[in-house]
Design a binder for this molecule. Structure first.
Ligand SMILES: Cc1ncc(COP(=O)(O)O)c(C=O)c1O
Length: 426
């Protein structure tokens, strides 16, 4: 019976040493993705920057990998910013997003010398200007706008308005002009340009190209109408990965190349200029590199289903329960055996919706003690993990060339009690 290897290491060995549930990253795959993005995203007309979206998976080890790859970092909270700082990330390469950054977070960004704030709304612009003056600290800003494109997987739709909680609709030009004015009048805050993000798990280029076209025309028009100079443009992240056989994503390197070329063409067609183009991949950097390993426990037949229970579930990966995300999986300890039974892979959390894979074609011999692997589990699993049912967060391991290192240890019962207290406060 063949056993799956990750990073040159037998899964049984990984599970013996680290226990399960276990998240194993094939470190070489992460490096390949960073390299593909960097090599594909090049232009002779403008500078390019790949910015890793920390929300997909954040810890010091992955931030170090981003740093080594020369990538910037998109953070969305004081916590991510703090972790980036502890990982030795160059603060100038940080892009701080979010629709409701607190005063503490904005001050922290200023104090740490964070490179760029991605502004979301007018109140934030006013607050940042005030705080930058108080702290006498300089900072760049991009303004997040909604180009009126919504894209998911292979479809995109153009919408006229925007009810998104993020950013300002591109149609609200006067509002945008006023906001930019607030920023440009400050001696500490420097307006650099615009940001847009159109969705997630997008496997086609059309939505991005349409967004680029809209953004470039917009940049030109507001320069002509209001004299607003935009040097940078970020087109966000959202590049799709392969979860199941029906996903046919464009490889990240190719996608990056197509977008850089599309931007060159659109700038020329519109007689517009840019100094820097940015992308913010998250999922496409870490998603396919991550393998979630579980130990199979009990199994059970109902009238319509054959359940296979595993020792994790929605507490370490809420995506299937949260938005019906689909994954493919295998019995890692029975690779190559005929897949002759449809199993329903259920977690151990106390919710009927705690199903990791609804219909998995796996060997009928799957049994207690086997290891189940869920593929492409590297994005938005650990980062959305919880202590639901007081489940501890899993251990995370980076494996490469037959060696493995623990980058996040398993959360113990004692860890979970570390916040418990009994202090009189008022
Ligand atoms: C502004 C922004 N940038 C980047 C990303 C990363 O997206 P993905 O992980 O799908 O590449 C997101 C995801 O929500 C986002 O909101």
């Amino acid at each position: 019976m063949a056993t799956l290897e990750i990073g040159g290491i037998d899964c049984r060995r990984l599970a013996e040493v680290s226990g399960t549930p276990l998240l194993v990253y094939d470190e070489a795959k992460i490096e390949e993705q960073f390299a593909a993005a960097r090599e594909g995203f090049q232009s002779e007309q403008f500078e390019t920057e790949v910015v890793y979206a920390a929300k997909a998976f954040s810890c010091k080890a992955i931030f170090e990998k981003a740093r080594q790859a020369g990538a910037g970092l998109d953070v969305v909270s004081g916590g991510e910013l703090y972790c980036a700082r502890q990982a030795g990330v160059d603060m100038k390469k940080i892009y701080f997003h979010g629709n409701n950054k607190s005063e503490d977070e904005l001050r922290m960004a200023l104090e740490l010398g964070c490179g760029t704030i991605v502004l979301d709304n007018r109140m934030e612009a006013e607050r940042l200007v005030q705080l930058a003056e108080e702290e006498a600290k300089g900072i760049n800003v991009l303004l997040r706008v909604n180009p009126g494109i919504e894209a998911h997987t292979h479809e995109y739709i153009q919408t006229s308005g925007s009810d998104s909680k993020f950013g300002i609709s591109i149609r609200k030009r006067d509002e945008i002009q006023e906001l930019v004015k607030i920023v440009t009048e400050s001696k500490y805050v420097t307006f650099k340009g615009f940001h847009s993000h159109i969705g997630s798990q997008i496997t086609e280029t059309e939505g991005f190209e349409k967004a680029l076209e809209i953004m470039i025309r917009f940049i030109k028009e507001i320069k002509e109408a209001y004299g607003i100079q935009s040097d940078w443009l970020s087109i966000g992240g959202g590049f799709g990965i392969k979860y199941t056989a029906s996903d046919k994503p464009i490889p990240l390197g190719e996608m990056a190349q197509i977008l850089a070329s599309a931007c060159e063409r659109l700038l020329e067609e519109n007689s517009a200029e840019l100094k820097k183009l940015l992308i913010e991949p998250g999922r496409s950097i870490v998603g396919e590199a991550g393998y979630a390993l579980y130990t199979v426990g009990f199994s059970k037949d109902t009238d319509t289903k054959h359940f296979l229970f595993v020792d994790g579930g929605m507490s370490d990966n809420i995506r299937p329960a949260l938005y019906q995300a689909e994954y493919s999986c295998d019995i890692a300890t029975r690779m190559g055996e005929p897949k002759d039974k449809t199993w329903c892979i259920a977690g151990k959390n106390c919710e009927s919706g705690d199903i990791l894979v609804r219909e998995a074609q796996l060997p009928k011999t799957a049994a207690e003690g086997d290891l189940l692997v869920i593929y492409s589990a590297g994005a938005y699993g650990y980062s959305m993990a919880s202590n639901y049912n007081r489940a501890g967060r899993p251990e995370v391991v980076f494996a490469k060339g037959g060696k493995a290192r623990r980058v996040l240890r398993r959360e113990t019962y004692e860890d979970q009690l570390r916040l418990e207290t009994d202090e009189s406060i008022i």
